[in-house]
Design a protein around this ligand. Structure first.
Ligand SMILES: [Ca+2]
Length: 521
């Protein structure tokens, strides 16, 4: 959870962009205990609702995003970003005649197909300067009827007397807020309703972006157990759908206390552990009703164990996933504070896979994610079947011991890869536990334990070596430009790529090899 700050903040666009990209990391990092001390659960009954707590439905009121005097719900106010380019889109059948010599182009893609043949609806747009080049962008051509013709839709101008509220409090960033546009989104099984969005053009470290900000959110007060909480329901970064969509963000904070902070929001579908009890939430499409579902079913235990290692302190934090929800790990301590890492914790009975896990083993810290790489295929998310191998049952704990044999999985290069002299070779390997189908995103003991790469001939001669740093997607990779004058034995020679992980007490040294052929012509 991010640090709460009741004062106004004025971050730069770069700060917020970095924050967006790494929000998950911040949340995880903050859940790491200071000093790594073992903290046993204060109560074995954590997770059970107070006696007789039933589902309850609460009324939420509509609130304009710009009436929320709170920069801390920045995620809501940033909107869904689309990067602008200066290249026209070949799919557009008609553009208007632009006044600017440098109009901007882009496409807002939403995951709602207009028919059963496609997977999304593409709303293409262009932004012009009605004065002359350099006078400022102030005309938005938005293909609301998504027919590829940008000349037959209402032109969105910049309001003559804009309120300041839509402007983000960034330093040194020019922002242009356009008239709103209402995009139809599925509301229920029978109909679509228009969701009002305000397009905002602004600069970012990587160029101009058009952010589509949902102008309305829902706010109210709910009761969980014997305590009251303020809630806010809205769209953070992603235009997922109406307010019943599982990806809409729900903020929950103790009533009347601090305001909504970055870390207080989770997707609506997430299970939350509040006041020691697991709750799920659901909302109506209009967002006028929020129902709280306390979990009253059986609980099981997830533990982390040393296996054969001599390890004193072992702690886990993070989250697991079922097919329908994400469940947090850790011990509830107090309202407004993140769950504390623990050696064991209670979870609703069910089949889980890992979402994001931080493991502390004495001085070693490991961050583990569900593996989404395949041999020869980086980022193979679509083709991989998720296995829900963590069986949480009432009668006995599930113990994470990391006692299976780890492997080095080469997403790049593929096993039959050939590279010509003078070309670039990309190596992307991840350390995986095949039994759990997880990958290690990060290992640290005092320093980050990045794996080493060597490329050798059959006789052991090293022709290249370096570090392959861990990265947010498991690895940032290693690349080698094969020298044009590399001596080859024949027209093509087989080399061996060796990746070595030093995992300390976790698995010791783990080595993976992959062969590749370097050829002349
Ligand atoms: Ca059109």
């Amino acid at each position: 959870m991010a640090t709460r700050n009741s004062g106004r903040i004025a971050p730069s666009a770069r700060t917020v962009l970095l924050f967006c990209a790494t929000a998950a990391v911040f949340i995880c990092t903050d859940r790491t205990p200071a000093g790594g001390q073992t903290k046993e659960p204060p109560s074995t009954a954590q997770g059970q609702p107070p006696a007789n707590e039933l589902d309850r439905t609460f009324t939420l009121e509509e609130v304009s995003l710009f009436d929320l005097d709170d920069q801390q719900v920045m995620g809501l106010r940033l909107g869904h970003w689309v990067r602008c380019t200066e290249a026209p889109d070949p799919n557009v059948v008609a553009y208007p005649t632009f006044k600017s010599q440098h109009p901007l182009y882009g496409t807002l893609s939403l995951p709602y197909p207009p028919d059963k043949q496609s997977s999304s609806t593409a709303y293409r747009f262009a932004i012009d300067e009605s004065g002359t080049t350099g006078q400022g962008y102030d005309r938005l051509y938005f293909d609301l009827n998504h027919d590829g013709d940008l000349t037959n839709d209402k032109i969105l101008a910049v309001p003559k007397d804009p309120a300041d509220r839509p402007i983000l409090g960034f330093r040194g960033t020019q922002q242009v807020c356009f008239e709103t546009v209402a995009i139809p989104l599925p509301f229920d099984a029978q109909s679509s309703h228009p969701l009002e969005l305000m397009p905002r053009l602004m600069g970012s470290p990587n160029g101009k972006v058009l952010g589509f900000v949902a102008t309305k959110a829902r706010k109210g007060q709910i009761q969980l157990g014997d305590r009251k909480y303020d809630v806010l329901l809205g769209h953070v970064y992603v235009l997922a759908g109406w307010f019943d969509n599982p990806r809409v963000t729900l903020y929950v904070v103790p009533a009347g206390g601090e305001r909504f902070g970055w870390g207080d929001g989770n997707p609506l579908a997430y299970t939350q552990k509040i006041n020691g009890t697991f709750y799920r939430f659901s909302a109506t499409p209009a967002g006028d009703k929020l129902t709280v579902h306390p979990y009253a079913g059986p609980l099981g235990t997830l533990e982390v164990g040393p296996g054969d290692r001599k390890i004193g302190t072992m702690l886990i934090s993070g989250s697991l996933r079922t097919a329908t929800t994400t469940v947090p790990l850790g011990i509830w301590v107090a309202d407004g504070r993140p769950l504390e890492p623990a050696r064991s914790c209670k979870l609703p009975v069910g089949d889980y896979r890992l979402d994001h896990l931080t493991v502390q083993m004495d001085g070693l810290s490991a961050v583990i994610l569900n593996n989404y790489y395949s041999d020869g295929k980086p980022m193979d998310k679509r083709n991989r079947q998720n296995t829900y191998g963590i069986a949480i049952r009432e009668d006995k704990p599930f113990v994470l011991e990391f006692s299976s044999k780890p492997q080095v999985l080469f997403a790049l290069p593929a096993s039959d890869h050939r590279v010509k002299r003078g070309q670039e070779l990309s190596v992307k390997a991840v350390l995986i536990d095949p039994a759990l189908d997880v990958m290690f995103r990060y290992l640290k003991q005092g320093q980050q334990l990045d794996p080493k790469v060597t490329i050798t001939r059959a006789n052991g001669e090293i022709v290249a070596q370096g570090v392959m740093p861990f990265g947010s997607d498991g690895t940032r990779g290693y690349s080698w430009r094969v020298p044009n004058d590399l001596t080859l034995n024949g027209n093509g020679e087989t080399f061996t790529i060796t990746v070595t992980y030093d995992t300390r007490d976790l698995y010791g040294t783990v080595i993976g090899n992959r062969e590749l052929v370097v050829y002349r012509q």
